[in-house]
Design a protein around this ligand. Structure first.
Ligand code: GLU
Length: 550
């Protein structure tokens, strides 16, 4: 007699359901051919990692574009690492990126028929499956203390054997029923281990959607499946949850590849068809010439909050991540003049298996394009929201005169090729602060950056002449005036003349315009000068021209 039945009953008397009941409770999904059920399964242990956003985005895009279901599962079985409130933060941050689960855990209550979606609420489901594994002789209680396990590890080190609880090292695998009962009744703490029939001399294979066929050593370790706190380990929870949630494809980080033989072993023992796997590449960083994984500790850009605090539009980060996910995406954006992630047909099979280097320049490029293309009212609302949260001084100015800020943001916006000055909202205020009299005055009082080609008297004379410039006219009329001033002060009106004989002139026409720009803006670069002057208005421009003479 193997007494497995009695052992199962002794360990889990409260469990009355069977696997067959669970199969009924969570029926196969009725979805169209090809529809994928995916999930994003973070642990509530802190901020949203940039790599996790990537995983969540790929998972949701793959499900949604195939007409399937995207679930959010909270993997909170590591209670020591759980950070209070981070579940809500993760969900809120994902929602900010427009990634909202069709089904899953939500702090205000689960949505969907395949829940609960928080692992700590699923203890009875795991125990139901474990009870059955014990009945079948495929799981057993292990009474080892941490010290016992340390001792085993030491022996393995001395013998240069692989670490782990397997073969002769699986101390409690072959205890008799009586020995087990005695320990359980004495109250000795236990965990449940899976009884593997694998052999690490043999190979196991699976097809990864991104990487193709992967061949690894078979699992032969009796991994812990239920911890002493009554919660499952990742390995077991993954298999049970993805089976009963009817996940079709597990999209997870490549760090899980080496554990996949354990998962396949568990699926096999349970007689379940394994899910498909797509192990996503990590996002990398170049560090002293070496590629390494983006690190939570070392790299601020590892946290999604970094981009939000800097004021990147969430869409820009998603677009950038899509360009990592499918290398054809960037070309597509150019060909289609669009960044619409819903319109792009994402292909999981075309993902690169190599970790992409995080490329800030590329992100900035996309972000500039996206901000430039935003309709004015939308951009204004987002800038205002950002300033409210991050830049109180700028926010006060926006509230004081919102239309003034709108006019500034609108400079060059309606052009066929809009200006691309801003990659993030925090770029804006430093670039436009000169529109505010007090900010300009600070610069002017510190000394304007004249280029040193003209004497003070010459500059003063030209600034005086600029004072009669027309306002409220079109750009051409205004520019004719600038030319006249230029001609009267020895500037070359044609570039050709200037190039042929630079000595004969005080400078080119653009040198002349630069004087006006430095006088009014306080620096040699600005957006379209005519628009700037019109926004500042005649009174302020005259005031600045006067001030600049000093
Ligand atoms: N909780 C696991 C993690 O955060 C999930 C891995 C998976 O998607 O299966 O890495």
């Amino acid at each position: 007699m193997d007494h497995n039945e009695e052992l199962a009953e002794l360990l889990f008397p409260e469990i009355k359901e069977t696997i067959a009941d669970l199969e009924q409770r969570f029926p196969l999904r009725n979805l169209p051919e090809g529809a994928q059920v995916t999930r994003f399964a973070p642990s509530p242990t802190g901020f949203l990692h940039t790599g996790s956003l990537f995983t969540a985005m790929v998972s949701s895009t793959y499900a949604k574009q195939s007409g399937g279901v995207y679930c959010f599962r909270l993997e909170d079985t590591d209670t020591k690492r759980t950070i209070e409130g981070s579940d809500r933060d993760l969900i809120d941050q994902l929602a900010y990126f427009g990634i909202v689960a069709d089904e899953g855990y939500f702090p205000e209550g689960d949505r969907g028929a395949y829940g609960p979606y928080r692992q700590s609420d699923r203890a009875s489901i795991y125990k139901t499956v474990i009870k059955e594994l014990i009945r079948q002789g495929r799981a057993y209680p292990d009474f080892c203390t941490p010290e016992d396990l340390d001792a085993i590890r030491k022996i393995q080190e001395e013998r240069k054997d692989l670490p782990g609880y397997y073969g002769v090292y699986a101390r409690d695998r072959n205890l008799s029923y009586e020995e087990r009962v005695e320990r359980i009744q004495k109250g000795t703490p236990w965990v449940i281990r899976f009884k593997s029939f694998g052999d690490h001399e043999k190979k196991t294979k699976f097809t990864d959607l991104i990487r193709g066929e992967i061949e690894l050593q078979e699992n032969d370790t009796d991994v812990v499946i239920l911890k002493s706190d009554g919660l499952p380990t990742y390995h077991f929870a993954h298999v049970v949850d993805d089976h009963f949630m009817r996940t079709t494809c597990v999209t997870r980080g490549e760090e899980w590849i080496p554990s996949t033989p354990i998962h396949l072993d568990l699926f096999r023992a349970l007689g379940w068809k394994p899910t498909k796997y797509a192990h996503l590449p990590s996002i990398m960083k170049l560090d002293n010439g070496n590629k390494r994984k983006l690190s939570k500790r070392k790299d601020p850009e590892a946290a999604v909050s970094y981009f939000l605090d800097a004021g990147y539009p969430p869409e820009a980060l998603k677009v950038y991540l899509m360009s990592i996910a499918n290398s054809s995406f960037e070309e597509w954006t150019i060909a289609n003049k669009s960044f619409d992630l819903n319109a792009f047909k994402f292909s999981i099979k075309k993902m690169s298996a190599d970790g992409a280097l995080f490329d800030m320049d590329k992100l900035n490029y996309f972000a500039r394009e996206i901000i430039a293309k935003m309709p004015l009212e939308e951009e204004f609302a987002l800038v205002r929201e950002y300033a409210q949260a991050h830049e109180p001084a700028f926010f006060a100015r926006i509230e004081e005169n919102p239309n003034y800020v709108k006019k500034i943001l609108n400079i060059g916006k309606q052009d066929k090729n809009p200006r691309k000055d801003y990659a993030k909202y925090s770029d804006i205020y430093p670039l436009i602060s000169f529109f505010y009299a007090d900010e300009y005055d600070k610069v002017a009082e510190a000394g304007l950056p004249w280029n040193g080609k003209l004497s003070h008297e010459e500059i003063v004379a030209i600034l005086e002449a600029f004072k009669s410039m027309p306002f409220g006219t079109d750009e051409n009329t205004w520019f004719s005036f600038i030319k006249e001033v230029g001609a009267a002060h020895r500037f070359a009106i044609s570039n050709k003349d200037y190039k042929a004989n630079p000595e004969a002139y005080a400078g080119s026409l653009s040198d002349c315009a630069e004087l006006l720009r430095i006088a009014v803006v306080g620096r040699a670069q600005s957006p379209n000068l005519h628009e700037v002057l019109e926004i500042l208005g005649q009174a302020e421009v005259l005031r600045r021209l006067e001030k600049a003479k000093r």
